[in-house]
Design a protein around this ligand. Structure first.
Ligand code: URA
Length: 239
């Protein structure tokens, strides 16, 4: 059971405060009964809620795993007309948006949802959700550099949290690193690699929590399964 004004806000009818105002003004009915006091709880899956005579429809919560291609903006629109994440989801009726962001020049795993609360928790630093990247960098990072990336690098917004770092391939000209980080600052991986003298040439996010890109090509997405959703919620509850 949830508060009536919260359910109204979730349905996208109005803000919570505006919904409260409408309840007080006698514009809201639950199962045919006028409700004019705050604090009434409803079951959003079974109660019929009418606002100004119109029944509200609750959107079902959806969560997609998207393989963002390079040169796509993590946004719903772009004034310069570049490709945006929303372009790939035009046929999905729910108003979905990206969970966090990937740079224009970063490809890889991006969650896309209409569940604002879950999106907030997944990106909140408090939950320390693991994000794994494969970065192709200039030059060959030595052991000292790998240790630095692991222990924390001083950036202009502070020292980064401990990370996991593996050298996947290396040559004098360029190397491949796998980095797992637990925060999501703006351009964090690029700034970390810059800070240790190995600028990023190419960047791909390969994992978010336990989710991977398996089976997807750039531009494709799939809906999370019920068991993946349960697992995701469980991770957040445990933290
Ligand atoms: N770190 C970056 O530098 N860029 C991204 O897109 C994601 C993480």
């Amino acid at each position: 059971m949830e508060r009536l004004q919260k359910v109204m806000a979730q349905a996208g009818v109005a803000s919570r405060r505006q919904s409260e105002e409408w309840i007080r003004q006698g514009l809201v009915k639950v199962n045919g009964q006028l409700v004019t006091t705050l604090g009434v709880k409803v079951d959003p899956t079974s109660d019929v809620i009418e606002v100004k005579g119109k029944r509200i429809q609750l959107e079902s919560k959806r969560m997609f795993l998207f393989y963002k291609p390079l040169q796509v903006i993590t946004s719903m629109s772009d004034p310069q007309g570049r490709r945006v994440v929303a372009d790939f989801f035009r046929h999905i009726p729910e108003r979905v948006y990206p969970v966090g962001r990937l740079d224009y020049d970063t490809e890889g795993l991006l969650l896309v949802t209409n569940d604002g609360e879950l999106a907030n928790r997944l990106t909140h630093p408090r939950y320390k959700v693991a994000k794994q990247y494969v970065a192709t960098v200039k030059g060959r990072p030595n052991r000292e550099v790998l240790k630095q990336l692991q222990n924390g690098v001083l950036l202009e917004d502070g020292v980064t949290l401990p990370a996991q770092v593996r050298l996947l391939e290396s040559s004098p000209k360029q190397s491949k690193l796998e980095l797992t980080i637990y925060e999501g600052r703006n351009r964090q991986v690029r700034r970390m690699c810059d800070a240790v003298g190995h600028p990023v040439i190419h960047l791909k996010r390969t994992r978010f929590a336990f989710l991977t890109l398996k089976g997807l090509k750039p531009g494709q997405f799939r809906e999370l399964t019920q068991s993946e959703m349960t697992h995701l919620n469980k991770i957040l509850r445990e933290r």
